[in-house]
Design a binder for this molecule. Structure first.
Ligand code: AP5
Length: 241
């Protein structure tokens, strides 16, 4: 049997560590990291029509309307670099987005391999996000205590300045959390019903989470040789990792 492609969704509240884990996974497995938040921020920086329309939603911590997101995401998935797989970070975020992704992937016969749900308490998230810093050039993510740069305010990778995101103020973080619980959390049962969900404890140290995800994805990608092994594997994968 052919090995399956790494087509993965990272699902989780703001600040759960999706971007941190995504960059490690994508470097290791050589698949594109598709972050709708990063794409939107790039549109805002360039001042495109989409960026202008998205800006106020993002600044207030609300979701950008599905009508703007769906075309943008489809266009990104049609890029040839997704042939070997992809990792979606921050998409889908609504049931409409999840249904639309499912329909598109069925149309191109490229089903999802796994959805990883990063779980973390709200109060930990507020503390984490207020100390997050991001490189203005390469986008690497730091935390002033847990994952600090070697030189203050400078990226370890390219020496560029680190900045704080404008939506990382406490009031906006709390709106983002509320939006997550109302509009995105229902996707947990959406994907559990499809037997695609694995929970990840996002309170663990970064390296520990990375190791657990790597082991899980390796086991998902291994060709399954018999129905018996397949069903044992799917039970194991639906448990917490
Ligand atoms: P987006 O950019 O997707 O933000 P988010 O989902 O709110 O997630 P974050 O990027 O804030 O957090 P993260 O989980 O990636 O955590 P990170 O790894 O940085 O979206 C921004 C906005 O764009 C949305 O509000 C919305 O307006 C719009 N948008 C985007 N997609 C959309 C969509 N599909 N539909 C509609 N609107 C959309 O980690 C956080 C911090 O914690 C860092 O400092 C990191 O160093 C630290 N850290 C990470 N892991 C650990 C750990 N294990 N232990 C200790 N510290 C850790």
């Amino acid at each position: 049997m052919e090995p399956r492609a790494l087509r993965v969704v990272l699902l989780g509240p703001p600040g759960a560590g999706k971007g941190t884990q995504a960059s490690q996974i994508c470097r290791g497995w050589r698949v594109p990291h598709i972050s709708t938040g990063d794409i939107l921020r790039e549109h805002c920086r360039r001042g495109t029509d989409l960026g202008r329309q998205a800006q106020s939603f993002m600044a207030e911590g609300r979701l950008v309307p599905d009508s703007l997101i769906l075309g943008m995401l489809r266009q990104r998935l049609e890029n040839h670099d997704t042939a070997r797989g992809f990792l979606l970070d921050g998409f889908p975020r609504t049931t409409i987005q999840a249904e639309s992704l499912e329909a598109y992937l069925q149309e191109v016969d490229r089903p999802l391999l796994r959805v990883l749900q990063l779980k973390l308490e709200d109060e930990t998230i507020v503390r984490r996000l207020s100390l997050r810093r991001t490189c203005i050039r390469c986008g690497r993510i730091y935390h002033l205590e847990q994952n600090a740069p070697r030189v203050a305010d400078r990226c370890d990778h390219d020496g560029q300045t680190l900045e704080q995101r404008t939506d990382d103020r406490e009031a906006v973080i709390r709106t983002r959390l509320q939006v997550y619980h109302e509009q995105t959390a229902p996707l947990v049962s959406f994907y559990a019903q499809r037997d695609l969900l694995s929970e990840v404890d996002a309170a663990l140290p970064i390296q520990e989470i990375q190791g657990r995800i790597a082991r899980l994805l390796t086991s998902c990608l291994r060709p399954l040789r018999s129905t018996r092994r397949a069903s044992a594997g799917s039970v194991r994968r639906s448990l917490q990792i």
